[in-house]
Design a protein around this ligand. Structure first.
Ligand SMILES: [Zn+2]
Ligand SMILES: [Zn+2]
Length: 790
């Protein structure tokens, strides 16, 4: 989301402490200094550029009326490349004004050629509506911008197809509406000059792979109608945006990454909550699904939630306007409640100046909240990042980020809320008990240096390619030339569709055989979603993707929905429905599974003496067999109950490494400790993969074994949790030494003695985190790194 013109309200008169003073006071509280690094991100003046000579005076005047006197350099550079016909991706920071980079060439072209058209794609309807307002506000004659999505009334659709020259939509609508109905769009597509893809980093994994083919289908239709539009993409900063944009569009794309917009200075502190004294007993944790914290694991570090609550109370007590970002609603409520309590203990009534922001507020309520915070009636707010999408808040004095939000783009988006115009602000990242967070607070270069995390997608995934080719064939028969457009694996996928009776081969190409069009859901993952229904009322609470349903919705599972606790009475796999009732037991549930993995084929490998590194297809069979009930307050296991759920098979892509038993013995790993060493290395490696690729550790699975039947050696597998793979394992293979180096460092640098959630324990382990050997995991990774080339 871009908001290049967010209003900065500075109605609070008192200047408050400087960020450096404030940080000094915060870190002086405890015995040990929790700050691992302080980065001064200096203020940066903007570098303006002259309007490109091709930008018509009419357009310059329109922008000037909206307060844009001149573009920043990166905007002008990207705009000119696009105007000259190059496909371009602009990958710069939050609020750097990426929209001008595509509006400028697109609108200049619409003004110069009264027939030309532009198609704009956003990942959400809300963003498209936002952009519609921005383009409409320019009041350019003859452009007639319009949103075309599921909400567009039928009556308006035809008018838009005929008369709008700037259509804003989303990939789902392109897939379900525009492309299958291309005949009605022929006039628009024939004259299509630009395709704008906003927030293109959101097209990742399986969804991103589908979108990549939707774009190829669009290019094919354009070519049939004789147009070759220029693609302009906008992305958050990430590693290698040119390659990612190229994969997404199938075209060579030039990247513009030098951000020339101005920004305020920020003092950015990395904060690691202290280890608890050994005899202090467990702190009071909160259920894991609701907060992202892991109550089932032995807590040896003070929780990020408690630490954030204390920091929020301290900054509010200093009169500093502070926003705390927490990953879940429940977590945000816990942080606000604890901060309020601490403030009321100090000064009764002061707690009223802290609130929790729970998404789903009405627009007026959100505006009221903004007003209260900007005017200082409210000093502290704890929020999920829902706020990123709903509330326009800038110019805060401090931002607390409870747990790494998953990507650098989100991190900077959150930190970017700090800083009134011209004034320094404080941002604090509070590490959670998690290998990635631990690594980051000890490796500031991974946050402040050049980005390494890339947006990955895999258009060659056969589970995506085949249904997309079916859609393409429905739209127009496939020709041999089309196969090149759809890339690697297209011929095989077409052959399979012919064998399955979906396509018929004729001398002129491949034809879709059915009347109805293929049903393909761009966002469908791991089978049909399972509905969660409240038995007493029949109310649909939500859906859970098929892949997670056995874990989260088995009979007896405690299921949290928007902070309310339910217990599952029955999971009906045939109907795809789980019946639940509201109940708040004092235990949480944790499913256990057994997993079996076999190697189907090897795509690529590195033979490094005693070590082998592989990428290939695997079959993973897993079955949820039982669940534990554990006391929320203590983590004590109450009992383990069996479950009767069918095994599920997943054909996917994995990366794996093998080591010779001799090399392990030489490194000092006793044979009895090999399983624990590999298992610990596997957990940490999964935890660190999001450093290299934008994925969640829940997108990935792992398996380790002292002898695997297919590799005949000690082996660690890490696989994509989506049928056909989503690109994560491939990225892991491509960056293996950097990835495993970071994994090794995260384990070695953790201050715990024998393993904790910050290093080798995993919240989703199917084996209850047993066995695990932290020191031997380091030895295993040292052997791999010593042998693996660069
Ligand atoms: Zn540890
Ligand atoms: Zn495990």
């Amino acid at each position: 989301m871009e908001s290049s013109s967010a209003a900065t309200v500075s109605a609070v008169p008192s200047p408050g402490p400087t960020p450096a003073d404030l940080l000094r006071r915060l870190r002086a509280r405890g015995a040990a200094d929790p700050v691992t690094h302080v980065e001064r991100v200096p203020a940066r003046p903007g570098v303006p550029a002259p309007w490109p000579s091709w930008a018509p005076p009419e357009l310059r005047a329109a922008f000037a009326r909206r307060g844009v006197v001149a573009p920043w350099q990166h905007q002008a550079q990207a705009a000119t490349l696009a105007y000259e016909g190059e496909h371009v991706v602009v990958a710069t920071g939050t609020a750097s004004g990426k929209s001008l980079a595509y509006q400028l060439p697109a609108l200049a072209t619409l003004l110069a050629d009264p027939r030309a058209t532009v198609l704009y794609l956003a990942p959400t309807k809300a963003l498209a509506a936002d952009q519609l307002r921005a383009v409409a506000a320019l009041e350019l004659e003859g452009v007639r911008p319009a949103c075309y999505d599921g909400d567009t009334p039928r009556a308006e659709r035809e008018w838009i197809r005929r008369h709008s020259r700037f259509v804003l939509t989303n990939p789902d609508m392109l897939h379900h509406g525009v492309l299958p109905g291309h005949a009605q769009w022929s006039g628009f597509l024939r004259r299509l000059a630009y395709v704008v893809i906003d927030e293109c980093h959101t097209y990742r994994g399986v969804f991103g792979s589908h979108v990549a083919h939707v774009l190829r289908r669009l290019r094919r239709q354009c070519a049939r109608f004789g147009s070759t539009p220029v693609f302009v993409l906008a992305s958050a900063t990430s590693g290698d945006p040119s390659t990612t944009a190229g994969r997404l569009t199938g075209l060579p794309v030039t990247a513009v990454t030098e951000d020339a917009s101005p920004r305020g200075g920020v003092t950015f502190a990395l904060w690691e909550p202290p280890l608890l004294p050994p005899d202090s007993g467990p702190s009071t944790p909160v259920p894991p699904q609701s907060t992202g914290d892991h109550d089932d694991l032995q807590q040896i570090r003070r929780s990020a939630l408690r630490e954030t609550a204390d920091l929020l109370a301290d900054t509010v007590a200093e009169g500093v306007r502070t926003l705390a970002f927490v990953r879940s609603r429940k977590g945000a409520e816990v942080v606000a409640a604890n901060a309020r309590r601490a403030l009321d203990d100090a000064v009764p009534g002061l707690g009223d100046r802290v609130a929790a922001y729970r998404g789903g507020y009405l627009r007026e309520e959100r505006r009221e909240l903004e007003r209260a915070l900007l005017h200082g009636d409210l000093l502290g707010l704890a929020s999920t990042n829902a706020l990123e999408l709903g509330v326009d808040l800038v110019g805060l004095d401090a931002v607390l980020i409870c747990g790494y939000p998953g990507t650098r783009a989100s991190l900077w988006q959150q930190a970017g809320r700090a800083g009134r115009s011209g004034q320094e602000a404080l941002a604090v990242l509070v590490a959670r008990d998690d290998p990635l967070d631990t690594y980051l607070v000890h490796h500031p270069e991974a946050i402040f240096g050049a980005p390494v995390e890339a947006t990955v997608l895999d258009p060659a995934n056969p589970y995506v390619l085949a249904p997309q080719l079916a859609c393409a064939a429905f739209e127009a028969p496939l020709t041999p030339a089309d196969l090149a457009l759809f890339g690697d694996g297209a011929k095989e996928a077409v052959d399979q569709l012919v064998a399955a009776g979906a396509l018929r081969q004729r001398p002129t190409g491949w034809y879709w055989r059915h009347r109805e069009r293929p049903e393909v859901d761009l966002r469908g993952e791991g089978g049909a979603p399972v509905c969660v229904v409240e038995s007493s009322t029949g109310r649909l609470l939500g859906t859970v993707d098929g892949g997670s349903s056995h874990f989260l919705l088995h009979s007896g599972a405690v299921y949290l929905h928007q902070g309310v606790s339910y217990v599952v009475d029955d999971l009906d796999l045939v109907d795809g429905c789980a019946l639940v009732h509201a109940e708040e037991p004092d235990w949480s549930t944790h499913a256990r599974d057994v997993t079996d993995l076999s190697v189907v084929s090897v795509r690529s490998y590195v033979d490094a003496g005693p070590v082998g590194m592989f990428l290939g297809e695997v079959d993973v069979t897993s079955q949820v067999v039982s669940y534990q009930r554990r006391r929320i307050a203590t983590g004590e296991v109450i009992d383990t109950r069996p479950l009767d759920l069918p095994a599920r098979k997943l054909r996917t892509v994995a990366v794996w490494f093998t080591l010779s038993p001799q090399s392990l013995t030489l490194a000092g790993v006793q044979p009895a400790d090999v399983p624990g060493a590999l298992h610990a290395a596997e957990h940490a490696a999964i935890g660190l993969l999001p450093l290299m690729a934008t994925c969640d550790r829940w997108d990935i699975g792992g398996l380790s074994t002292a002898v695997h039947q297919d590799t005949e050696a000690p082996t660690v597998f890490v696989y994509d949790g989506h049928p056909g793979g989503a690109g994560f394992a491939e990225r892991a293979y491509g960056t293996a030494s950097a990835w495993l180096r970071a994994t090794r460092d995260a384990i070695a640098e953790c201050g715990c003695e024998s393993g904790c959630p910050s290093c080798v324990q995993s919240p989703k382990c199917g084996n209850g985190n047993n066995p695990l050997s932290k020191p031997d995991a380091i030895r295993v990774l040292d052997v791999v790194l010593a042998n693996l080339p660069g």
